[in-house]
Ligand binder design. Structure first.
Ligand SMILES: Cc1cc2nc3c(=O)[nH]c(=O)nc-3n(C[C@H](O)[C@H](O)[C@H](O)COP(=O)(O)OP(=O)(O)OC[C@H]3O[C@@H](n4cnc5c(N)ncnc54)[C@H](O)[C@@H]3O)c2cc1C
Length: 409
């Protein structure tokens, strides 16, 4: 009987094993960790944002790199199909803000257990504590060499080893090496959905402060990369939070130095004119107060000092002696508070890895390598990545399912 070996028991590998073994293919998953789904466990802050409830056609604008490549995969097992499969196998789900789908229990472990139930039901085998060292192919047979010195023979191999971020979960980028050794081109892995480091250490002064409903814009070489209204967080190194993570996926890492600048519109609901009128009102009502004592009407306390200093305004100045130019400067700063960005945090801290096995060398209808027959790829190891909202896990599930159903077909 023909043998399929899947490397990696993450979202993609588990789904692929279920799909292949359900079709009667003798399937073994090889996982280096002592547990399956270690990364799945930490997703969605331990709640696992499985997918998104939006129309499947609305997935594509959420995919940052190579969305077209995912057309077949997302239409073969889309979000509806995935949710039905999980619901029918004992995992009730719920939909939250922004269409985010979670297990009703709020426990990522329940997602992992459901996937493991599916794997068991399909008859696929799972070998834990088994790191793969190398994959070779000769005369139509793959040799999968394990770290313990033994070899496995396989007629087909699926690489579902994930990316390179959060390496403690097991995804240490091994799949990129396997792919390269088998002749594939790998687009250099880069951090995506990753926090940003501030160049002038302004953010640490506001550490722990979360701003809701601000407009965040990221520029690279003065070109606007991304702009979105939402929540951001000041940290001990710089900027984080949903809008910052999303923006980071659009950085072109080939441009060195990165030349990044962030701009925060702290009052997105007001035009410059409306804001200026508001400042005039605030100043008139508190003529003898110092600027720093009027600012709490406009900004959270932790921000006032660093904000005024960065804007070149004297916090101790009485508002009745503030010039028109100074008021205009304050207004401009509130609408576009600028922070120079030194770099992204390292790849280990990215929620996902951008880059990976080049999609031009993978058949999008099957996930099979165009270079090596019966070699397949699924999940984050491929050069695809998406914004937050459940899209990345859906990509892993969809590509895993498509690969699993395509093996020996
Ligand atoms: C903190 C965090 C939160 C996230 N939250 C969400 C979320 O809520 N929703 C969402 O959509 N996405 C989320 N993501 C992204 C999502 O987790 C990944 O995109 C997804 O898990 C990728 O699945 P995968 O199966 O391709 O890879 P992985 O889940 O990384 O699985 C790869 C597996 O391969 C194994 N492996 C690697 N090399 C070898 C080897 N040499 N031998 C044997 N086994 C090997 C690894 O141990 C691992 O178990 C989050 C990511 C992080 C880091």
């Amino acid at each position: 009987m023909s043998e399929l070996v899947i490397i990696g028991a993450g979202a993609a590998g588990l789904m692929a094993a279920y799909a292949a073994a359900s079709l009667g293919i003798s399937t073994t998953i090889i996982e280096k960790n002592d547990k399956a789904g270690k990364k799945l466990f930490i997703t969605g802050k331990g709640r696992c944002n499985i997918t998104n409830d939006c129309d499947i056609s609305d997935f594509f604008p959420q995919i940052v790199h190579n969305s077209k490549f995912l057309m077949s995969a997302l239409y073969t097992l889309g979000n509806d199909g995935l949710i039905t499969l999980l619901n029918e196998n004992g995992l009730p789900t719920k939909v939250e803000r922004g269409g985010r789908v979670f297990p009703k229990s709020d426990r990522s472990n329940d997602v992992i257990n459901t996937l493991l139930r599916l794997v068991r039901k399909s008859g696929a085998r799972l070998r834990l504590n088994t790191p793969v060292k190398r994959i070779e192919k000769q005369d139509e047979i793959f040799t999968v060499s394990l770290k313990d010195g033994t070899d496995l023979r396989a007629d087909a191999v699926l690489i579902a080893t994930g990316g390179k971020s959060y390496p403690l979960t097991g995804s240490t980028g091994d799949g990129y090496r396997f792919a390269q050794e088998l002749g594939h081109q790998v687009i250099p892995p880069r951090p995506a959905l990753v926090p940003l480091e501030d160049m002038h250490h302004i953010c640490p002064k506001m550490q722990g402060l979360a701003l809701k409903n601000v407009n965040f814009t990221l520029f690279q070489n003065d070109k606007r990369l991304y702009s979105e209204q939402g929540e951001l967080l000041f940290t001990h190194f710089g900027l984080s939070g949903p809008v910052v993570l999303s923006a980071s996926s659009f950085i072109d890492h080939k441009k060195q130095p990165l030349s990044l600048r962030a701009e925060i519109d702290l009052k997105p609901a007001l035009s410059i004119e409306q804001l200026d009128a508001r400042l005039l009102r605030e100043f008139e009502a508190a003529q003898n107060k110092q600027l720093k004592n009027v600012m709490p009407e406009l900004l959270p306390g932790k921000m006032i000092h660093p904000f005024l200093t960065e804007s070149g305004l004297d916090p101790d100045k009485a508002v009745n002696s503030i010039t028109r130019q100074e008021r205009e400067r304050l207004c401009r700063s509130l609408k576009a508070f600028s922070i120079a960005v030194a770099d992204t945090r390292p790849i280990e801290e990215g929620i996902i890895t951008s880059g990976g096995v080049c999609v031009k060398e993978i058949n999008p209808s099957t996930m099979e390598s165009k270079l090596v027959r019966n070699l397949y790829f699924a999940g984050e190891v491929i050069d695809v990545d998406a914004k937050t909202g459940g899209f990345n896990l859906q990509i892993a599930f969809s590509t895993g399912f498509l690969a699993g159903t395509s093996v020996f077909n």
